[in-house]
Design a binder for this molecule. Sequence first.
Ligand SMILES: CC(C)(COP(=O)(O)OP(=O)(O)OC[C@H]1O[C@@H](n2cnc3c(N)ncnc32)[C@H](O)[C@@H]1OP(=O)(O)O)[C@@H](O)C(=O)NCCC(=O)NCCS
Length: 168
Amino acid sequence: MNSGRLRLMRSGDLARVLSWRNHPDVCQFMYTSHEISPEEHEQWFARNSEAPGVWLLIYEVDSAPVGFVNISLTRCAQVADWGFYLAPDAEPGTGRSLGEAALRYAFEELELHKLCGQALGFNERSVRFHERLGFTREGVLREQHCDGERYHDVICFGLLAAEWKNSK
Ligand SMILES: CC(C)(COP(=O)(O)OP(=O)(O)OC[C@H]1O[C@@H](n2cnc3c(N)ncnc32)[C@H](O)[C@@H]1OP(=O)(O)O)[C@@H](O)C(=O)NCCC(=O)NCCS
């Protein structure tokens, strides 16, 4: 698997990112799983693409877009949350390389102190993904998310810059 690069999302990426986000392989693992309309998606992009402390990023391998990463500062200085998804047809191994590129971006370019992730309890791939990248499972918010019918646990992950640097 070639390693890729992250770049800022542009308006030209909107249609592709919407098709990924609305795909059942992705939306079943998001907090909002309804079909997002192009108008809602454009409003989300307009709100966030220029917002301070928010980075909407496209992960490219060999110049082809294969994933999306969102990094948002929390109220605490240099502590951020992240979210991400792959193109549903991405090759095996793309997730791992996207994760590694995102951690370099977070800790080298943005100089974050800590990156935090949350996964729905049934999202086993995301749980394994965070653990493989070196995140610590910091806690479980029990039955914190309702999908309209059932409540699900939310698993919280955190990775400190010092831990990431030591593991390299
Ligand atoms: C979460 C996500 C980014 C994790 O990526 P990933 O699935 O670990 O991606 P990879 O491409 O690295 O690995 C895919 C699988 O192929 C395996 N794999 C990795 N490299 C491989 C290779 N070279 N050859 C064959 N298999 C490989 C991995 O072990 C993984 O198997 P697993 O799911 O049993 O652990 C991805 O699953 C995704 O986009 N999910 C939908 C959206 C989502 O859940 N986002 C997170 C919300 S918290």
